[in-house]
Ligand binder design. Sequence first.
Ligand code: MN
Length: 388
Amino acid sequence: MSRVYIFDTTLRDGEQSPGCSMTTPEKLKMAAALADLGVDVLEAGFPIASDGDYEAVDAVSRQFHWLQVAALARAYTPDIERAAKALQHARRPRIHTFIATSDIHLQHKLRKTRQQVFDDAVAAVTLARNYTDDVEFSAEDATRTDPEYLEEICLAVVEAGARTVNLPDTVGYSIPEEYAALIRRMVGVLGDRATVSVHCHDDLGLAVANSLAAIAAGARQVECTINGIGERAGNAALEEIVMALKTRHDRLPFETKIHSEKLFPASQLLTQFITFGPQPNKSIVGENAFSHEAGIHQDGYLKNPSTYEIMSPASVGVPESRIVLGKHSGRHALKKRAEDLGFRLSKEELDEVYHRFTHLADNKKGLRNDEIIALVEEVVGRAAAVGR
Ligand code: MN
């Protein structure tokens, strides 16, 4: 059985996208949820980018020192030194250094020759290895890079000490068969000397499909985010990759260490911190992902859930029972629902929420999850509410 490592970049690639900025306390709460979920590597930020990012990587490294914590750095000495410093309290620090390798980026962005980029990449990995054994190299825009040149760079950075080589589809341009061929080629070239990693963007809606094709072709680390947040159309969604591997184990015989029943709570927690949640019809974690509306579907579902459900809501942490929270509901059901939505309430907080809930529920048919969230937030305050 092949193990696939989950590299979460919710706090880095996810966080750097519009509407997704998080404070350090929020990042720490999210990191706790990600650790609980069982991610293998947690990319906590890009320390040279801002003081906030530095502080977040430092705080995550201190508080979750047993985790494999990664920090991003351009292939540039000040970046690598800053990343190393931010990671100084991590027991298993990973420096993740990158440089673009496609001619488009070389000519228009970096204004460097292939030889210069090659030398920068090797020098960055060599420097990073002075700080940690765990160095990842990313060839930005790998999918639009001349494969011959990509091969040379990958071999050289592995020779310099990189243990993970990431081949991102930075601009979401690739399609599954093509990406799989590239990954298969690089896995063949690098053999056992390095783990080949993938990092896909969803510009064409193919991030998860490309990631799965890459895993089948030999990639053993996949970079992804909760709810698929990230630059532009987002990154590959962690929950979709994990559940595809789990649900279609017959065709994708790979293991992750993710506790899938914690996917929905993690998604809900993230939603509290950023400005938007998953769209209602989002796979796995959307509000409607396990709802049945059409009469024929409801009828089949009620006779046997397997007629219309390929995975159980409980397997991803969606509250199994579709209990309508109404005026006859008790404190226990309310507490359970609040927990399912990412809130841990103290006894006094629960009493207060329950008091307000009974008043509201008297005049309604039932409270929706967003109404429950609003109620809880009214009582405990938005930022303080979550992750306790
Ligand atoms: Mn990215």
